[in-house]
Design a protein around this ligand. Sequence first.
Ligand SMILES: [Zn+2]
Length: 287
Amino acid sequence: MLVSAKEMLNKARDGKYAVGQFNINNLEWTKAILLTAQELSSPVILGVSEGAGKYMAGYKTVVGMVNGMLEELKITVPVALHLDHGSYEGALKCIEAGFSSIMFDGSHYPIEENIQKTKELVKICNEKGLSLEAEVGSIGGEEDGVVGAGEFADPNECKAIAELGVTMLAAGIGNIHGKYPANWPGLNFETLAAVKEKTGNVPLVLHGGTGIPEDMIKKAISLGVAKINVNTECQLSFAAATRKYIEEGKDLQGKGFDPRKLLAPGFEAIKATVKEKMELFGSVGKA
Ligand SMILES: [Zn+2]
């Protein structure tokens, strides 16, 4: 059964580790992530962007697929199904469809409007027992066509949003979606420390987990980050493994064209990436 992300993130915050959010795109992605979490006895959050939800034929399809897998694969570790960077309307649709966790990304609105909309969703999510993530200060890079400049969040604005009763808070600290450019200056730990100081006990979320050096990840966790989002890295490892299979001509040998064979190396590559991240984040054995 899907659970809210609240308990797993509060435990992570107290235990000084982070729970990974891994975004899903299809059946192979979902199965790879769930099986790895179960094998490593780690809590996990499945992220679904609005674009990915549309790609997978709608939120109800996603909920049906994930719930089916939890039962058929006998997944017993805590799993949250989370809308990633949701609009207000998207959040309502996912709540209706049966998601257990919601991110409302109001970072592109003026702060008053972000506060107002987040407040309304806090009320709805509380009534239904769902976790809610809010965002202050846009994350750099591109997410489903929305390009953010990578601002540093204003700690006072973070405080105002945290006080609404959100479950977890994403604050921009120089992190970027996708691959990091060679001249990236790194995470801004002064901003992170200031946000932590103002927001107290609210677990913090680090978006754009692909390619952040290990020491920065560990430092971010020590400063209050309890959820780290990984998306691009699984895409890169899936693509590389699939490319290798085809370049080696394996799809032309015997029944190598069978999608269950053709997609197997990519599936294994996602599993390896998720394992690596769970070990780095410290969530192994924490289910
Ligand atoms: Zn993000």
